[in-house]
Design a protein around this ligand. Structure first.
Ligand code: C2O
Ligand code: CU
Ligand code: CU
Length: 485
């Protein structure tokens, strides 16, 4: 039975006691497993001309014989994986074939402000933006997505996102699994809401307050995905492309895996984990050993990033159901093969020097209850200001190192800064957590964090953004901008 979970009554339904509507469409939980889609790979080195991306509208059948209106790059939903190489200048031509403005932001790419693809680099309908991106950063899993102010949530939800992989010689020398789609798998995790098998865009107070969530998990746009994997070490590039949902991932058989890369690239050493949380905008690369040939699934715990108020009103802990849900299944095949081994050492980081920090700035991501009763929506901002395209919130000097103290209220907010990779110095005033290590561009702010940031990319004519990566919060004003000169 397909149960429709509205966002206001979600709590009741999540308790499992009430069915709404008479639809007979199967929910993701009991629909047939499908082969995981692997986005097409565009390797910049194989391109004679610029990489062509077309933002376009289309129709996608997430469920058989049910069509949804969606957006994609060069296709109907999501976009190709772009692979770029350190040291290259990569020319991209993005054509907007939509009937509305869009932008393409390279999340995690270290390029100057005017190439960043933020809200100021609007691509009007029927026009083409041609940035040349100088690739000069370590190998990493990044992503690209729409960032048009006020409509980021809608455009990303509908499909405007894709993966961006940076490679370099240091990474190649490690011999990590790198055969795209075989032992190097892109996994874009998203939750979406369906009604009778068609994608819907949830409205209402819950969607605005907590960000849009859905009752159906998808990976690369595939509902209920399963994929074959070779019987050896496999690299998974996990990207949380959800608008608001956090994942707490672990394998059903509780197997160990190695976390090898954070948002900024390879860690210094692999970290053995059994579970990994991933907030919106965050990525992680992990190595999983499938040589035992046993099938398993990657599952997630329920989403419990709900405000205190909603918890009190609904009496439940989470929005994402009550039990663990399957994200994607793996079926090892072939004979056990000797493949890559988990390297002992991955990379060396040049440590940012905290004694070089020239100033400290404070950022509070705030959700106010003020306007909620009247206009059906809270007030969102940073340090009490809602985002204003015309206002530069901070001015930073190129080359400076700074400490940013970031906190938030009511919920967990993933904080993202454009144009930089930073280190977490502390969390809640004490030592940072195991998942805080490495260089990052997005960090979970549940407790206050202290970030050490170095600004090496100029943003003079066009500012960089910092914002909560719950896209509804961002669209509603939980964002600021800064210039670097
Ligand atoms: Cu992934 Cu400013 O965004
Ligand atoms: Cu970004
Ligand atoms: Cu937020």
């Amino acid at each position: 039975m397909f149960t429709r979970r509205s966002f206001l009554t979600g709590a009741v339904l999540a308790g499992g006691s009430l069915l709404v509507g008479s639809a007979i469409w199967p929910s993701s939980a009991n629909s047939d497993p499908r082969k995981l889609k692997i986005p097409e790979l565009i390797d910049a080195r194989n391109q004679r001309q610029s990489i062509a991306l077309i933002a376009q509208a289309g129709k996608t059948s997430f469920f058989p014989e049910r069509e949804s209106v969606t957006l994609g790059y060069n296709g109907n939903y999501l976009g190709p994986t772009l692979r770029v190489h350190r040291g290259d200048d990569v020319e991209v031509a993005i054509t907007n074939a939509l009937r509305e403005d869009t932008t393409v932001h390279w999340h995690g790419l270290l390029v100057p402000g005017e190439l960043d693809g933020g809200p100021h680099q609007l691509i009007r309908p029927r026009s083409t933006w041609r940035p040349v991106l100088p690739i000069n950063q370590p190998a990493a899993t990044l992503w690209y997505h729409s960032h048009v102010h006020g409509r980021t949530a809608k455009q990303v939800y509908t499909g405007l996102a894709g993966l961006l992989i940076v490679t370099d010689d240091e990474e190649k020398a490690l011999g990590l699994p790198s055969e795209y789609g075989v032992d190097d798998l892109p996994l874009i995790l998203q939750d979406r809401q369906f009604e009778d098998g068609a994608l819907v865009f949830p409205q209402g107070m819950m969607a605005a307050m907590h960000g849009r969530r859905g009752d159906t998990l998808m990976v690369n746009g595939t509902v209920n995905p399963v994929t074959r994997v070779p019987r050896r070490l496999v690299r998974l590039r996990l990207a949380n492309g959800s608008n608001a949902r956090e994942y707490d991932l672990a394998f059903a058989d509780d197997r160990l895996f190695h976390w090898i890369a954070s948002e900024g690239g390879l860690l210094e050493k692999p970290v053995e984990l059994r579970s990994l949380r991933l907030a919106p905008g965050e990525r992680a690369e992990i190595l999983v050993d499938f040589s035992d040939g046993r099938a398993t699934t990657l599952d997630t715990a329920p989403d419990n990033n709900v405000s205190m108020m909603m918890r009190m009103m609904s009496g439940v802990a989470g929005l994402g159901g009550v039990g663990r849900e399957t994200v994607v299944g793996f079926e090892p095949e072939g004979t056990e093969a000797l493949g890559a081994k988990v390297p002992e050492k991955l990379s060396t980081h040049e440590r940012l020097d905290v004694s070089k920090a020239v100033r400290r700035r404070r950022f509070v991501m705030n959700m106010g209850m003020g306007g909620m009763m009247g206009r059906g929506m809270g007030m969102f901002g940073i340090n009490g200001h809602a985002f204003d395209m015309q206002r530069i919130n901070e001015k930073v000097r190129l080359g400076d190192t700074e400490i940013w103290d970031v906190s938030g209220n009511m919920m967990t907010h993933p904080f993202h800064i454009h144009g930089v990779h930073f280190e977490v110095l502390s969390r809640n005033g004490s030592d940072k957590g195991i998942r805080d290590q490495g260089l990052r561009d997005t960090v979970v702010v549940r407790e206050p964090v202290e970030l050490l940031v170095r600004f090496l990319q100029p943003a003079i004519s066009s500012p960089f953004m910092y914002h909560c990566h719950i896209l509804e919060h961002e669209d509603n004003g939980m964002m600021g901008q800064f210039v670097v000169r």
